[in-house]
Design a protein around this ligand. Structure first.
Ligand code: TYM
Length: 336
C-alpha cells in the first residue's frame, strides 16, 4: 500500500522479531491492527533494531524477521492495505532517536518498568541500548506523525514518554510532532501466562507451557490450556485472588468478542474441566486458520520480502519528510 492523501488518520505500531507471536500479541495488538486497516493509513513495523538490545544471534534475527512478517500476514494484515516495514530499512529511526535522546532526561529512562524488568533478567548484559529503548520507540512513532498507536497494556508507559518527548520537542523548537494517542483494547490488553498468571504471557517465559503461540498445533494448544493453573474453588468467575481463571475468562471473551460477564454466566455452576475444554475449542477455532495461512506463506521468501520492501519504501517516503523538517528545526546545516 502506498500513502493516501485523504486525510485519513495515521496508525503506527510495531512488534519485535524475537520469536513467534503469542496469543497476548494477537489479542492485545495484531487483532486490532487488522481492523484498523480500513479507513486508516497504517504503518506496521518489524523492529529489528529494538531486538538487538538483548543478547541474540544475527542469523536467528534474520530468520525471525521473515517469521514475524509471515505471521503478521497470516493474522490478516494485507500488504495491499497497510505498509509492513522493516525498521532497519528505513533511515531516520535511529537519527531521530539521537535527537530525541538529547532532550530526554536520563532519570525518566531509568524509571521505565520494562527497562527495570529486562535489566533484572539480563543482569550480566545491561547495555545502553536497553536504557535507550523507549527513545527509539518514541522515534518509531513520531517519525510517522502517527495519530493512533494500537498496543497492549504493557506499552502504556512507553506511549507516555513518547508524548512527553513530542511535547518537549514542539515547545523547544516549534510545533512539529502530532501527540499520538494509545489505542488499548478493552479486553485482551493484558493476557497472562497460563502457568504463572500473575505475570504477562511472554515469549521469554521460562515455562513455555504458559505461552500459547499462534502457530501451535491444536493438540499443543489443547494440552497447554487443559493444564493451565487455576485454583481449588471450582467456580468460573473473575476475581483478583483467582488470576488463572480470570485470565481464561478474558481469553475466551476477547477471542469470541463477547463480554467476560456473559462467559461467567454461561459457565456458572460448571466445573473447570468443562470450561477449559470450551476455551480450548475457541482458541483452536480462531488460531487454526492463522497457522494454516502461516504454513502456506513462510516457504515463500519472495512474497515476504517484496511485502516488506514495498512497505519500507512507503515508510521511508513519509519518514524522510519528517526528518527534513526536524533537521532544519534543530539547526543542522544542509548543503545544496
Ligand atoms: P512486543 O514485541 O513485546 O509486543 C507486540 C505487541 O503485543 C502486545 N503484547 C501483549 N498484549 C496483551 N497481553 C500480553 N501478554 C502481551 N504481550 C505483548 C504489546 O503491548 C505490543 O503491542 N516495545 C514494543 C515494540 C515497539 C513498538 C514501537 C510498539 C517498538 N517500537 C512503536 C508500538 C509503537 C514491544 O516490545 O512489543
Amino acid at each position: 500500500m502506498s500513502e493516501n492523501r485523504d486525510n485519513q488518520k495515521v496508525v503506527l505500531t510495531c512488534a519485535q522479531p524475537t520469536g513467534k507471536l503469542h496469543l497476548g500479541n494477537y489479542l492485545g495488538a495484531v487483532q486490532n491492527w487488522v481492523k484498523m486497516c480500513d479507513g486508516h493509513e497504517c504503518y506496521y513495523g518489524v523492529v529489528d533494531m529494538h531486538a538487538i538490545t538483548i543478547p541474540y544471534v544475527p542469523a536467528d534475527l534474520r530468520k525471525n524477521v521473515y517469521e514475524c512478517a509471515a505471521q503478521y500476514m497470516a493474522c490478516g494484515l494485507d500488504p495491499d492495505k497497510c505498509n509492513l516495514f522493516l525498521q532497519s530499512s528505513v533511515a531516520g529511526h535511529a537519527e531521530l532517536a539521537w535527537i530525541l535522546g538529547c532532550i530526554c532526561p536520563i532519570g525518566q529512562l531509568e524509571r521505565m518498568t520494562q527497562y527495570k524488568d529486562k535489566a533484572r533478567k539480563h543482569a550480566d548484559a545491561i547495555n545502553s541500548g536497553l536504557l535507550y529503548y523507549p527513545v527509539l520507540m518514541a522515534a518509531d512513532i513520531l517519525i510517522y506523525n502517527a495519530d493512533l498507536v494500537p498496543v497492549g497494556e504493557d506499552q502504556k508507559q512507553h506511549l507516555e514518554i513518547t508524548r512527553d518527548l513530542a511535547q518537549k520537542f514542539n515547545n523547544t523548537y516549534s510545533p512539529t510532532f502530532t501527540l499520538p494517542e494509545p489505542f488499548i483494547p478493552k479486553s485482551g490488553a493484558r493476557i497472562m501466562s497460563l502457568q504463572s498468571p500473575e505475570s504477562k504471557m511472554s515469549k521469554s517465559d521460562p515455562n513455555q507451557n504458559g505461552t500459547l503461540y499462534i502457530t501451535d498445533k491444536p493438540d499443543v494448544l489443547s494440552k497447554k490450556i487443559m493444564s493451565a493453573v487455576t485454583d481449588s474453588e471450582g467456580s468460573v468467575r473473575r476475581s483478583p485472588d483467582k488470576p488463572g481463571v480470570s485470565n481464561l475468562i478474558n481469553i475466551m471473551a476477547a477471542l469470541a468478542e463477547r463480554s467476560p460477564e456473559s462467559v461467567e454466566k454461561e459457565f456458572d455452576g460448571r466445573g473447570y474441566g468443562d470450561f477449559k475444554k470450551a476455551v480450548a475449542e475457541v482458541v483452536i477455532e480462531k488460531l487454526s486458520p492463522v497457522r494454516e495461512r502461516y504454513e502456506a506463506i513462510i516457504p515463500d521468501k519472495t512474497l515476504i520480502e517484496s511485502a516488506l520492501k514495498r512497505g519500507s519504501e512507503a515508510a521511508q517516503r513519509r519518514a524522510s519528510r519528517t526528518m527534513a523538517k526536524v533537521y532544519r528545526k534543530v539547526g543542522f546545516m544542509k548543503f545544496e
